[in-house]
Design a protein around this ligand. Sequence first.
Ligand code: HEC
Length: 139
Amino acid sequence: MNKTKTIYLLFAFALSLIFYACGSKKEAANTEDYGTPKEETTAPVTASDAITQGESLVKASDCKTCHHRENKIIGPSHTDVAKKYEFTAANVEYLAGKIIKGGSGVWGEVLMSAHADITQSDAEKMSRYILSLDGETEH
Ligand code: HEC
């Protein structure tokens, strides 16, 4: 074996070591990312689930035509609604009724349209989402 060939072989060996080291490092990181899978059976509907579902319902409905999260447009901003009302079961029920029946007179003379197709339970989820916007939790 001549000198050049030996150097070349050593270089190739060193390179393969580096690649091997990087490869195994990645594998280790992946194992860490995923961890041990948690046993998840039917998840209970928690307060935060209701809020997340409420958010999707509000986004899927026509609310955004008149309401913005932070800015008043035709109706009050949903954050202002959250600030006006305490996050209590009674207010969840009251606002759910208002979402379904519509009405005016609380924020001004502009009428909120009725949403007769929304169920009481979905309207309550929407109310919980809206009431959570000022950072308050239900009490
Ligand atoms: C046509 C416009 C319009 C649409 C669509 C609309 N709103 Fe409203 N909303 C209003 C107006 C106007 C008010 C203020 C009513 C008042 O002064 O009593 C209001 C008030 C509210 C309030 C506060 C009620 C109160 O008594 O303080 C909530 C909560 C609310 N809207 C939620 C929703 C949700 C959820 C949707 C979608 C399902 C929605 N709104 C769709 C116009 C609208």
